[in-house]
Design a protein around this ligand. Structure first.
Ligand code: FES
Length: 80
């Protein structure tokens, strides 16, 4: 059971993106041979990127308009 407060839109991190789905998940495949050492992969956490699931910087506009502080999850890829 979801607490009543969780049903209120003002608590949602994602107010708009793919709300027809019960849960949003994305699988990202990376061909290791194509990745140079130290390359950064930025995953969107604001649900506003036009390049979903990758961050396109739109979170900056969202933060400026709302006072929020969301940003991407950055993954630095390294070869061993
Ligand atoms: Fe969503 Fe950057 S655009 S975190």
């Amino acid at each position: 059971r979801i607490p009543n407060g969780r049903r209120n839109r003002r608590f949602w991190i994602n107010p708009d993106f793919q709300k027809h789905k019960q849960k949003i998940t994305d699988n990202i495949e990376i061909d290791i041979e194509d990745i140079s050492d130290g390359k950064k992969l930025s995953i969107c956490r604001c649900f506003k990127s036009a390049k979903w699931p990758l961050c396109d910087g739109t979170h900056k506009v969202h933060n400026k308009e709302t006072g929020d502080n969301v940003g991407a999850a950055n993954i630095r890829l390294r070869q061993r």
